[in-house]
Design a protein around this ligand. Structure first.
Ligand code: FES
Length: 378
């Protein structure tokens, strides 16, 4: 969005989005009427209207979608994601997708892989067209580069876990970052490797960028094969790549990992073994399982709503919504903190970490389950 357009929108918002006009437009507010005239005029900052301006096939089952959001969109930091809201057969669905292009791009791009059991991703693949409109949250998440980027960085990705890394890589390289960057990227084979040609072109153009494509099905050209193990790490940090690594005392660079649980678990275990867990940043795009260990017990009381339900062991967010409450939520995976709420009493389990905690505290409803009676300030 250009500065002129942003300025025009701010001026326009100052004129129409006033308490007086909103009172006259009650109960919906002026934004709702503007949205009916033209959805792109929406003033909603939490669900920003965006038009699809291009769709590019990356592989047989992955597409990149270029978006032109309205003026409520401000910016994103490479590595962040957006919550995408999409209506399918009259029902609203939402999913998180990382932004996959450089922060210098005019339009954000998301890359969506159609998972065989992914209802929303398959719908996006088969139905979304250029010109369609979708809604987005603002950019969310703290899987981002530090303010002062260190002289060596290692990215480890598998499958669609490449998407936040691509945003970081493109931004750094476009900004002429001179430090050593290495990417270890795991795919089934070269055909299923998202951004393969773009990554190869970047590696050719930038001598400080080393690229290791790793395929689980063997191909003639590959240097590494199979799944992540310590030998891959050693290869990636070898001094020829400019990263500091020795087989004796291994020094690991700041590392980002994103992909399936199994990859993140393996890399985390390796870094722990080497005493470098502090160097690892990871992002898991997976909603916690609502499996209850043992019998669900107790009740959940919503203090402000003066309502209570029997605890059925699912996330507190699911149970609050089913009780007719409308708590704020975004990613539903414990990343964005939108659903943070004060618990005034009770014992809960964080379903991502397994950690159990008691008493008054702020909790994320989407990744928390009650272990007995719990009171929430909802
Ligand atoms: S909805 Fe994002 S942390 Fe709960």
């Amino acid at each position: 969005m250009s500065l002129a357009t942003t300025t025009t929108r701010s001026a326009w918002r100052r004129i129409v989005d006033t308490p007086l006009i909103n009172a006259l437009a009650a109960p919906h507010g002026i934004g709702r009427y503007l949205e009916v005239i033209n959805p792109m005029w929406s003033l909603d900052k939490s669900r920003i209207t965006a038009r699809v301006t291009a769709i590019t096939a990356e592989t047989d089952d992955a597409i990149s979608i270029e978006l032109s959001p309205n003026g409520e969109w401000t910016h994103f930091v490479p590595g962040q994601f957006v919550q995408v809201y999409i209506e399918i057969d009259g029902r609203q669905h939402s999913r998180s997708y990382s932004i996959s292009n450089s922060a210098y791009s005019r339009k954000p791009r998301i890359t969506v892989k159609a998972h065989h059991d992914g209802f929303v991703s398959k719908h996006i693949h088969s139905h979304l067209k250029v010109g369609d409109r979708i809604s987005l949250s603002p950019a969310l998440g703290d899987f981002i580069l530090p303010e002062h980027v260190p002289s060596a960085l290692l990215f480890i990705a598998a499958g669609s876990g490449i998407t936040p890394m691509m945003a970081m890589l493109e931004t750094l390289l476009e900004h002429q970052h001179s430090g050593a960057i290495t990417l270890l990227y795991y795919s089934r084979n070269s055909a299923s490797c998202i951004f393969r040609q773009r990554l190869e072109a970047l590696a050719q153009k930038h001598s400080n960028f080393s690229l290791f494509m790793v395929y689980s099905t063997s191909e003639a050209t590959q240097v590494l094969s199979d799944h992540f193990d310590q030998s891959h790490l050693l290869k990636a940090i070898s001094s020829e790549n400019g990263l500091s690594g020795h087989t004796g005392a291994i020094t690991l660079p700041l590392t980002y990992v994103c992909g399936p649980e199994s990859l993140i678990d393996k890399v985390s275990a390796e870094y722990e073994l080497l005493g470098h867990s502090d160097k690892l940043r990871s992002e898991r795009f997976k909603a916690p399982s609502s499996q209850v260990r043992g019998e669900a017990q107790g009740s959940i009381s919503f203090r402000q709503s003066q309502h209570a339900v029997d605890n059925d062991g699912r996330t507190l967010l699911d149970q609050a919504e089913d009780a007719g409450l409308n708590p704020q939520s975004g990613c539903r995976m414990g990343i964005c903190h939108t659903c943070t709420c004060l618990k005034t009493s009770g014992t809960v389990r964080n379903m991502s970490t397994g950690e159990v905690s008691h008493g008054e505290e702020h909790i994320r409803l989407c990744v928390t389950q009650a272990l007995g009676d719990v009171i929430l300030s909802l």
